[in-house]
Ligand binder design. Structure first.
Ligand code: PSZ
Length: 500
C-alpha cells in the first residue's frame, strides 16, 4: 500500500514537472506549507478524462431509469479522503465544491468513522424515530451538545428538519403564525377561520407574503421556490405566490475603488425594500417576513456590506416583519465566522436562522416569541434525524479542536490573494474576484468560458462549481489548508495559461 502510494506520488510529481511552467507564477511549495491533515492524499492523480469510461457507462444506465443529465461523474466514496474525491475511473481530484458545499470536515474523516464504530451509537443509526412524538432519551442532551452549542445570539429555540428547503418552508410557516397571532391579539381563533382555512380562503388562510431578493436561492419546495430567483429552470411551470421581490445590490470590484457607487447601489435596494413593504401592505398582501442569504450563493456569490444588512434588519424591525437569515450554505465556518451573519456584528441580527448542508441536519433556530403556540402546528414524520445530531456533535468537536473556523480565515486569505494575482495576470478570463474566508469566487467573461474552465480544471484534477450566470465559486471543506490553496492556484494557473 505504502509503495503504491509512493508510486502515485512520484507519477504525480513527474506529471507536474513535465508541465510548461509559466514564468513568475508558482505558488509556495506544497511540501513546505503542508500541515497535518493525516487522512488526506498528497495531490490529485488523473487517469482518464472526467467523466471517464466507467462513469459514462453508469450514466447511461442511470439515464434509463431517470433523467441523469445533471450527473457530472460517479464517485468512489470509499476511496475518497479529506479534500480528495475519487471517481469510479480512479481519478483523484482536489474537491473545491464538496457536494455543493455540504461536506464539513472532508471525506471519511477518522473522527466520524470512529463514531460509527462505537456500539453505543448504533441505535441512533438503525432506529429512526418520529422525533416529534417519541424522541430518544438522550435527544435533549444531544441537541445541547450539537446544535445548541453553536446557537446564534438570542435564538435559543431549535427545530430540526430533513433539509434546507424543509427548514425554510417551515420557518415561513412559523413567521406566518407569529404574524397572525400578533394581528389577532388575544382573541381566539374564530369558527370562520377554521372553516375557511380548509378551503384555502381568507381569513383562515391570510394573504401574507415573504419578501425575497432577486438572485436569492432558498430551496425548491413551493413556498421556498416563490422566494427563489436564481435560475429560470428552477421555477418554470410551477405556480407561485404573488410575493414581493426586491433587487439585491450588484457591487463593483475592487470594492475600495467603488465605495461611493456601491453605497448608492445598496441604498437603492434598501429604498426598494421599503417601497415594496408599503405597496404590498396596501394591496393586502402584508409582508410578514423578509428572507435573505448573507451571501447569495446559487445566484452568483453576490455579496453586500455589513452596513446593508444592518440597515435591512432595521427596516424589517421598523415595519414589524420577521427577519429570516438563510445560512444553509454560508453557515458552519467557511466564511471565517461560524455563522456568516456574525460578520455584521449586530446585537439582534435575526429572528430566525435556517441551516443545513455542512450542519449535517436541516433546521432552524428562532426567538422564543416565534414558538408555535400549539402542538402539531410545525410537524412532520421525522423532524430531523438523531444520527445527524451525533455526527454534528463530532464535526463541531473537530472544528473546535483543529481551529477550523480560523483556518478558513487563513486558507481563505491565500486563496483570495491568489485569485487576485491570477485575475491581474489573466484579466480576459477573470474578474470580480471576491470572498469571505474560503467562500470565494470570481467571474468568467461568459457562461461558455466558465463551463470550459470548470471542465479543463477538472481534467487537471480539481473540482470546481459554477454559480450565477458566469461565476466560479469555491466551496472547499473546512480541512482545506494553505497548501491545498497553493496546489489549486498552480494547477489553475496552468489551465489559464493554456486556455483556448
Ligand atoms: O439545485 C439545487 O436544488 C441546489 S444547488 C445548491 C442548493 C440547491 N443549495 C441549497 C440551499 C441553499 O444554498 C440555500 C442558501 N438555501 C436553501 C437551500 C435548500 O437546501 P436543500 O437543497 O437542502 O433543500
Amino acid at each position: 500500500m505504502a509503495s503504491m502510494l509512493l508510486t502515485r506520488q512520484v507519477l504525480y510529481a513527474l506529471q507536474q514537472n513535465s508541465r510548461i511552467v509559466v514564468p513568475g507564477c508558482r505558488y509556495v511549495s506544497q511540501a513546505a506549507a503542508k500541515t497535518a491533515v493525516d487522512f488526506d492524499y498528497d495531490g490529485p492523480l488523473m487517469k482518464t478524462e472526467v467523466p471517464g469510461p466507467r462513469s459514462r457507462n453508469l450514466m447511461k444506465q442511470l439515464n434509463e431509469i431517470q433523467n441523469a443529465d445533471a450527473v457530472s461523474f460517479f464517485c468512489n466514496y470509499e476511496e475518497s479522503r479529506g479534500n480528495y474525491l475519487v471517481d469510479v475511473d480512479g481519478n483523484r481530484m482536489l474537491d473545491l465544491y464538496s457536494q455543493i458545499s455540504s461536506i464539513p470536515i472532508g471525506y471519511n474523516h477518522p473522527a466520524l468513522i470512529k463514531l460509527l464504530q462505537q456500539p453505543q451509537n448504533l441505535s441512533a443509526f438503525i432506529n429512526r424515530p418520529a422525533l416529534g412524538i417519541m424522541p430518544p432519551e438522550n435527544f435533549i442532551e444531544k441537541l445541547e451538545e450539537s446544535l445548541l452549542s453553536v446557537a446564534p445570539k438570542n435564538l435559543n429555540q431549535i427545530i430540526t428538519m430533513a433539509c434546507g428547503s424543509c427548514a425554510n418552508e417551515n420557518a415561513f410557516k412559523v413567521i406566518f403564525m407569529w404574524y397572525r397571532n400578533k394581528e389577532r391579539g388575544h382573541s381566539g381563533v374564530t369558527k370562520e377561520e377554521l372553516e375557511t382555512c380548509m378551503i384555502n380562503q381568507a381569513p383562515g388562510c391570510p394573504d401574507y407574503s415573504i419578501l425575497s431578493f432577486m438572485g436569492g436561492f432558498h430551496g425548491r419546495t413551493m413556498g421556498c421556490l416563490t422566494a427563489t430567483h436564481s435560475k429560470a429552470i428552477h421555477k418554470l411551470d410551477i405556480p407561485a405566490f404573488d410575493w414581493p421581490i426586491a433587487p439585491f445590490p450588484r457591487l463593483k470590484y475592487p470594492l475600495e475603488d467603488f465605495v461611493k457607487e456601491n453605497e448608492q447601489e445598496e441604498a437603492r435596494c434598501l429604498e426598494e425594500v421599503e417601497d415594496l413593504i408599503v405597496k404590498y401592505r396596501k394591496k393586502k398582501k402584508t409582508v410578514a417576513g423578509i428572507i435573505i442569504e448573507p451571501i447569495q450563493s446559487e445566484g452568483g456569490d453576490n455579496h453586500a456590506s455589513s452596513d446593508f444588512f444592518r440597515k435591512l434588519r432595521n427596516i424589517a424591525r421598523k415595519h414589524g416583519c420577521a427577519f429570516l437569515v438563510d445560512e444553509v450554505q454560508t453557515g458552519c465556518g467557511a466564511t471565517g465566522k461560524f455563522w456568516a451573519h456574525e460578520h455584521w456584528a449586530m446585537e439582534d441580527p435575526a429572528d430566525i436562522i435556517t441551516f443545513s448542508k455542512k450542519m449535517m441536519t436541516g433546521g432552524f433556530f428562532h426567538k422564543e416569541e416565534f414558538r408555535p403556540d400549539a402542538p402539531f402546528r410545525i410537524f412532520n414524520t421525522w423532524l430531523g434525524e438523531p444520527s445527524k445530531n451525533l455526527m454534528l456533535q463530532e464535526v463541531l468537536n473537530v472544528i473546535k479542536k483543529e481551529g477550523l473556523v480560523n483556518n478558513a480565515v487563513q486558507a481563505g486569505k491565500v486563496l483570495h490573494k491568489g485569485l487576485l494575482d491570477l485575475q491581474a495576470r489573466y484579466p480576459h478570463l477573470m474578474s470580480r474576484a471576491r470572498g469571505q474566508g474560503t467562500f470565494c469566487s470570481f467571474d468568467a467573461p461568459d457562461d461558455a468560458t466558465r463551463n470550459k474552465l470548470i471542465i479543463q480544471t477538472r481534467n487537471k484534477g480539481v473540482v470546481l462549481g459554477g454559480c450565477g450566470e458566469r461565476s466560479i465559486r469555491f466551496r472547499p471543506t473546512l480541512v482545506f489548508k494553505d497548501h491545498h490553496a497553493n496546489l489549486f492556484l498552480n494547477i489553475f494557473n496552468d489551465v489559464l495559461a493554456d486556455f483556448k
